[in-house]
Design a protein around this ligand. Structure first.
Ligand SMILES: Cc1ncc(COP(=O)(O)O)c(C=O)c1O
Length: 408
């Protein structure tokens, strides 16, 4: 059978949405300057779908640095991979600043979070090792695990008993030259709950292992200084390898991993997605430094983010919505219904109320569940929140009657 003919017959779980819903439910185009107010299909929207947690994407100082750094360096430089011709003082300075910020000795830049962490996981373990990860891990961890040649096992989401079972199994099976790598997340991006880092770390006393934490959503937003979920939970030291991305609180592209010097030395020589790929362009690195400085200098942005998060969340709960008990700004509204309901909610909010949210339903979540995920940012204001709460009030009967029909 011709490969292309076969692909037409198996479009994948998201295939129908990316063809029939293209431009609306998937691949929508938000236009105008980045921020909580953007245009969609020519209409004004209050946007709750972008992870620009601290409002850095619309910061004027940042835009100036973006322009100046691009004029100074060009987007082409440096050419080549870091290892060959793509290194610079800016790259090294950013690594130092990142490491200091998240309280680890050294850091290594990654061009993209997704490919970066996949490749880090691939490099860390060999066929004698054991990899144990949370079942709700982001696709990049799942893909990284696929690349890894070791024994792999999964524990139930944030379930310490299930984790222990996998840990003890690995401890029993391991040979002298086997090591154990545990991977979880700081903040689970869909549901907003935090990884049970402290409980996991506590078990190192029983069975030695190393812990890698993907803190994509915690970097810049959690902890009193913004240094992430480990700081928030008081266990940053117990994280052996910290992964953060610029794609959320930094509103940029690029990522990093941080650990002990001997680990970073190893990763520099072994992370294939960096060794065999062009390094981050200099303007990106320069603006990442500026953005990191702003994250450090503006703790009040985190306060505003939390203020907005609580106002939005409490408002939704008061109306009667089931907001999952998220411990991060991620605000997931859970209801019951079909994929059609999910799309109807998104459409009604956009068309009738000028409120842009993203929703997920089966196959991303189990059948019958509809999750509307709102991402508050420090750039949202009271008027945005009020408009959104009014919109959710207006569609409440529609949403609830669909849920009731399903449970009746
Ligand atoms: C938990 C998590 N890890 C990794 C990534 C990938 O990071 P990046 O967008 O920088 O590739 C994301 C999302 O973007 C994420 O949510």
């Amino acid at each position: 059978m011709d490969l292309f003919d076969k692909l037409e017959k198996r479009p994948g779980p998201l295939g129908a949405f990316t063809s029939d819903g293209y431009g609306y439910y998937t691949f929508p185009k938000l236009e105008g300057p980045l921020g909580p107010e953007m245009k969609f299909n020519g209409k004004d929207m209050v946007v709750w779908s972008i992870n620009d947690y601290l409002g850095i994407g619309s910061n004027e100082e940042v835009k100036k640095v973006d322009a100046e750094a691009t004029a100074k360096y060009s987007l082409s430089a440096p050419m080549g991979a870091r290892l060959m011709t793509g290194n610079s003082d800016e790259h090294e300075a950013l690594e130092k600043e990142l490491a200091e910020f998240i309280h680890k000795p050294e850091a290594l830049l990654l061009n993209f979070g997704y490919q970066g962490i996949m490749s880090v996981i691939h490099s860390l373990v060999d066929r004698n090792d054991f990899l144990i990860y949370d079942e709700l891990s982001h696709a990049c961890i799942v893909d990284g695990k696929q690349l890894a040649m070791c024994d792999k096992s999964v524990f139930k989401h944030n379930d310490i008993e299930s984790f222990k079972k996998q840990l003890y199994r690995a401890a029993e099976k391991k040979k002298d030259n086997s090591s154990i790598l545990v991977i979880t997340e700081g903040v689970f991006g869909m549901t907003g709950d935090l990884g049970i880092l402290k409980e996991i770390i506590e078990l190192k006393k029983e069975v030695p292992f190393r812990l890698l934490v993907d803190d994509a959503h915690g970097f810049g937003t959690l902890g009193e200084d913004g240094s992430g979920t480990g700081t928030q939970l008081g266990c940053q030291d117990g994280i052996d390898i910290y992964f953060g991305t610029f794609a959320k609180a930094g509103a940029l592209i690029g990522a990093f991993v941080a650990s002990e010097p001997r680990v970073i030395t190893f990763l520099r020589a072994n992370v294939r997605s960096q060794i065999f790929a062009k390094s981050l362009p200099l303007p990106i690195v320069a603006t990442a430094r500026k953005r990191l400085q702003l994250i450090k200098d503006h703790p009040e942005w985190r306060e505003k983010l939390w203020e907005n998060t609580l106002k939005l969340r409490e408002g939704l709960q008061k109306i009667g919505y089931n907001v999952l008990p998220s411990e991060s700004p991620v605000t997931p509204v859970l209801t019951q219904g079909s994929t059609d309901l999910c799309m109807d909610i998104m459409r009604k909010l956009r068309e009738e109320h000028g409120v842009f949210v993203s929703g997920v339903s089966y196959p991303v979540v189990p059948k019958g569940i509809v999750l509307i995920r709102l991402i508050p940012t420090a750039a949202h204001n009271d008027a945005h929140i009020e408009k959104t709460l009014n919109a959710f009030e207006a569609i409440k009967d529609f949403v609830m009657s669909a849920a009731n029909k399903l449970t009746a």
